[in-house]
Design a protein around this ligand. Structure first.
Ligand code: UT7
Length: 323
């Protein structure tokens, strides 16, 4: 049987740290409210001129260096993002050029916060069916570029970053299964409601480009849906909760993460949490957490990792990985 295996990861964060106390100065909010309701203490914000592609490039160069992989030997580049540099070409195309890769397929996947799980799922299919030997999978965002800094319901949550993984064909189990879903019926609960085809809003900053979220509604659906995707993933692999060594969740809210951990009967020591220092970096959140888990040596070869995410669309997904 042919699997894809993760051979390495990398990540990148902007230098600028914005703490809850910094936000207290510009918004009607408090460090206590943000920490208690979300688990976030600080987040990273891209510098002026620093783009999604810049962060993605930094994360990819790190994984290329760590693995010694020649970028020319990569057959596929899939990049999850909701905040591309340009409308087109895709950020994946810009990144392919910067990394000096050959003329492999390169494309973006827009699945909001589930972007990395979607990208990994797509790349995994190509590797499994034998079309591709080696793929670069990226999640990268500059979400703060589309925040309304006067809206306390979103400004305290979202942030910037990038994470990358190289996967490669192997006879040994690696990615055991991926599961991706969407339900466009809830599109209005989490969105940025302007665009090329819908048009932009006259007289509003950036043409009305901003994140809009009905947080408490999203919260309820997220907890319920992530519970279901965990069951679906375990069933597909004939596994029990106890078979999972590590939960590597999307980092939107510590309370959502705790609810999924509880569903898995998992102590929080087996859950990778970065939300306190990264905030919600959308597509970048899972690969940033994965890279932290691997580079700090917490996750060991042979262990079972459950990655999951939920985001605007709604989209959601999970990947079960034998690392
Ligand atoms: O990554 C994609 C998926 N996204 C998510 O999963 C996010 C899901 N949602 C959440 O994480 C939470 O719903 C939030 C953190 C966004 C909000 O927490 P909540 O406990 O659901 O609060 P709420 O929206 O029900 O608001 C409770 C109160 C409201 O005041 P009133 O009406 O009770 O007087 C809000 O106006 O908290 C107020 N509030 C704030 N207060 C201080 C909302 N934002 C803030 C804030 N600082 N930043």
């Amino acid at each position: 049987m042919r699997y894809s295996r993760i051979i390495g990861t990398g990540s990148a964060l902007p230098e600028k740290v914005v703490t809850n106390h910094d936000l207290e100065k510009i918004l009607d909010t408090s460090d206590t409210w943000i920490r208690e309701r979300t688990g976030i203490s600080e987040r990273r914000v891209a510098a002026d001129g620093q783009t999604t592609c810049d962060l993605a490039e930094q994360a990819c160069k790190q994984v290329l260096e760590r693995t010694g992989v020649d970028p020319k030997s990569i057959d596929l580049l899939v990049l999850g993002t909701t905040t591309p540099n340009l409308i087109f070409p895709s950020t994946a195309c810009l990144l392919q050029d910067r990394l000096g890769m050959q003329e492999c397929a390169a494309f973006d996947v827009n699945a909001a916060c589930s972007g990395f799980i979607y990208a990994l799922s797509v790349a995994d299919q190509f590797v499994r069916n034998g079309t591709v030997k080696r793929a670069l999978v990226v999640g990268a965002e500059t979400l703060t570029r589309m925040l309304d800094w006067s809206d306390r319901s979103t400004a305290v949550l979202f942030a910037d970053g990038a994470g990358a993984a190289i996967i490669e064909a192997s006879d040994e189990p690696g990615v055991l299964s991926t599961h991706i879903h969407a339900n466009g019926g809830h599109a209005n609960l989490l969105c940025a409601d302007v665009g090329v085809s819908e048009g932009f809003k006259q007289g509003e900053p950036r043409g009305g480009l901003k994140v809009l979220m009905t947080g408490n509604e999203v919260f309820k659906v997220a907890v319920r849906t992530l519970g279901r995707i965990v069951d679906e993933t375990l069933e597909a692999n004939n596994m029990d909760k106890a078979d999972i060594d590590w939960l590597i969740p999307h980092q939107a809210n510590l309370r959502i993460i705790q609810a999924t951990a509880k569903k898995l009967n998992m102590p929080m020591e087996r859950v990778i949490v970065t939300v306190h220092k990264h905030g919600n970096t959308s597509s970048a959140s899972v690969p940033l957490a994965l890279d932290e888990a691997i580079s700090t040596g917490q996750v060991k070869r042979g262990e079972n990792l459950l990655l999951e995410a939920f985001g605007g669309g709604f989209t959601w997904g999970a990947a079960l990985i034998r690392y």
